[in-house]
Design a protein around this ligand. Sequence first.
Ligand SMILES: *[C@@H]1O[C@H](CO)[C@@H](O)[C@H](O)[C@H]1NC(C)=O
Ligand SMILES: *[C@@H]1O[C@H](CO)[C@@H](O)[C@H](O)[C@H]1NC(C)=O
Length: 514
Amino acid sequence: MRFLSFFALLSTAAAAVVNYPRASFYPESEEFSLTVGGKKIDTINFANNYDYAHLAMDAGSPVEFRLKAKTQKSITSYILSPRGQNFGAKISGNELVFSASKPQYFIILINKVKEMVILVDPIEKDVPKDKGDGIFNVLDYKADKSGKAITKGIQDAADAAAKKPGSIVYVPAGSYLMGNLLLKSFTSLYLAPGAALRFTGNRNDYKTLFTKAGLFDGTWWIQTEPASDGVKIYGRGTIDGNGKYTRSQKYMASLVVPVGTKNFKYDGVLVRDGSFWAVTPIQAKDVEFTNLKILNRHDVTQDDGIDVVESQRVTVKRSIAIANDDSYSCKTWEPNLDTTKPYPFKPQVVKDIVFDDCMSWTECYSFKIGQGVVEDQSNVLFKNGVVYNAGVGMGVHHLYGGKTASNITFDTIDVENLHGNSGGIATWLALHIKDNGNNRGVGPIKDVTVKNIRARVKGTREGLIQGWSEKYKVSGVTFSNVYMGDSKKPATTLKEMNMVNTTFSEGIKFANTN
Ligand SMILES: *[C@@H]1O[C@H](CO)[C@@H](O)[C@H](O)[C@H]1NC(C)=O
Ligand SMILES: *[C@@H]1O[C@H](CO)[C@@H](O)[C@H](O)[C@H]1NC(C)=O
């Protein structure tokens, strides 16, 4: 009784904060330390240009974050993103102090040292037990959690679990080097906080499935069995692609591949260091990603965050994707050609896709359809997005294929910054068609809605609404409530939005409601 009331008192007094421990693979950040609600949070030294920390908290009363720039005497400049919200930030010596009342993802730059990414998730619900009926703990299958030798134990536990539909493969905290993992119907993979699965990067440890023209051979690291149903991956552990090393070995991998599956769910596991498109639902139906964090490097190419490929009814909600290549995109491609060789089914359309509450940082596009439109792509909605920094904010790049991209919506997106250029394109919005000249066909873009946008910068080059010919146009583009720079009034002309190139386009309308 006494204990109960003591804890009840605590939980009303302060929002709970949970630190997710750093796996033994990872060093601590040299530049930053972090406390949240007075609790010390583990930091992780990661890429050349950013570090990160992962924790959870309740929504409710404000919680104080103190981010210390350890190598700095004082703070002379900072960026705290998302910029559209007020976190009451203050400088105290070499600490940035701010508060948040709900779990959020933050990207913070202090004195241009290097970015710090703070990943705050909701407190975990439905945490499974580590043993018991229907729980297949990988340690009971001799998985090596020291991270020293490649382990078969996780696949062995998954195979045993698959014989008893509804079972959970439980991976406790620890460091695991793992070969390919195949998940079968009605099996869940749970990664506990502090559990990290790492790709070795050595091709002999994997089953090569494809060759990417101009690049390397590759594999699908963790995949569902084709024609499976009800597979789930969840928890607060880490799936680590070891991408930079893998590329140095002239190899690559997609990390999480729900392929030819239905009713797939993914919640909360952090994905990092991809060596190719990191997360790729392929020919999948009824797929839900929540709390999806993808931290790829900016010095590894073609490492897209999540690419929804030939799939239907896919939702990505509450997410951050950092990559050199596109953060969030939808694609359809030619069958039986390099990376599509292992696809289980005939080519499929992309339809009914929602990206909601997604934050991006990329050298390429943040939110994109393309480049392949080899099958139709329709009803794709990007909403409540934040572009921390990108080559291109959002767009449709119809470069390959003779089919149609239609009914594409960009709604409530804050373009905070743009930099560089992605293949010569450097703008907040690019809708463009090209024929890449390899007899892959060319096709139209129809019915694009661009609304409730803040483009704080427009980009260093002209914006594009550019078709290919009289036959293949960009048609039916509606703008409403697009705010350029810090303007308080929505744009009423194409020129104001820097949409300079509009050849072979038609039906461009303004429908401002503000
Ligand atoms: C267009 O897509 C939206 C989702 O973004 C959907 O609600 C709507 O029904 C689609 N419109 C048509 C005509 O299919
Ligand atoms: C856009 O138009 C300008 C002016 O005509 C031209 O110089 C530029 O090449 C065009 N950009 C693209 C990507 O077509």
